[in-house]
Design a protein around this ligand. Structure first.
Ligand code: ADP
Ligand code: MG
Length: 230
């Protein structure tokens, strides 16, 4: 399905927030690397999807009423067998029902467990004056507590992407520390430029969150994605 089809279908169903599966589908098409995800509506479908993707896999809740999936027990990582997938499907459903009794549950997203990397985030929001603005930062505590992020107005030039990556205070983390691999800065810059081009070409996209993106010594991969359309 094309980007436009995915957005149109969501709109026709009265939804403005795309699921992780839909968001990744259209990012994939825009050439932005993700761990693409498949919907499973029961444990057998989840096991089937895991078999096709290859173990280990990750299961996550798919619900229009859940924004922070791990906060409601909706994420299970590193599942390496049909048994653990079956158990995780039931555990996720129960945990979400307990935390969020009124949440509509569409099913569970099955995706490959990505190898660990440095967690960074890429976001787009619309400023009333400047229009779409891209944000970059390190994931987790650094972004939430220290607000260590950089911003540029869309569309980005290559030098904007270069600066965005380098001007955060946490930049040394991306250069490698305590024996950790340095991040592929070129891949991060490319990702920022692709996201910029993508949101520039699709003004109906109101908000975009890649949180986190795993930065590797060779490449970068978005493992969570959320897109809001107008
Ligand atoms: P939330 O809605 O809570 O943000 P995420 O999809 O971001 O849920 O998952 C929570 C955390 O689990 C991520 O920050 C990341 O560290 C890890 N994670 C998520 N998806 C994957 C994956 N496919 N492979 C490896 N780790 C993952
Ligand atoms: Mg996330």
């Amino acid at each position: 399905m094309s980007i436009v089809d995915v957005i149109d279908r969501a709109k026709s169903e009265g939804r403005t927030v795309l699921t992780e599966i839909e968001s990744k589908q259209i990012l994939d098409e825009a050439g932005i690397p993700t761990t693409s995800a498949r919907l499973a509506t029961n444990a057998d479908e989840a096991v089937e999807a895991a078999k096709e993707l290859g173990y280990p896999v990750v299961l996550k809740i798919v619900s229009p009423d859940v924004t922070h999936k791990s906060d409601v027990g909706g994420v299970r990582l590193g599942l390496d067998s049909p048994e653990t997938v079956t158990a995780a499907f039931a555990e996720i459903s129960e945990a979400v029902k307990r935390h969020e009794p009124n949440a509509r549950i569409e099913g569970v997203a099955v995706q490959k467990m990505a190898r660990p990397g440095i967690e960074v985030i890429v976001g787009m929001s619309k400023d009333p004056q400047f229009g779409p603005v891209l944000m970059f930062g390190l994931g987790g505590v650094l972004v939430e507590v220290l607000k260590d992020v950089s911003f540029r107005i869309v569309p980005l030039e290559p030098r904007d992407a270069r600066q965005m990556v380098r001007e955060i205070k946490g930049f040394p983390v991306l250069q490698g520390f305590r024996g950790q691999d340095p991040a592929d800065l070129e891949a991060l810059e490319k990702l920022l430029l692709k996201v910029s081009a993508f949101v520039d070409a699709h003004p109906e996209i109101e908000e975009l969150d890649l949180n986190p993106v795993f930065a590797y010594k060779d490449g970068a991969l978005a493992v969570d994605a959320r897109i809001v359309v107008g």
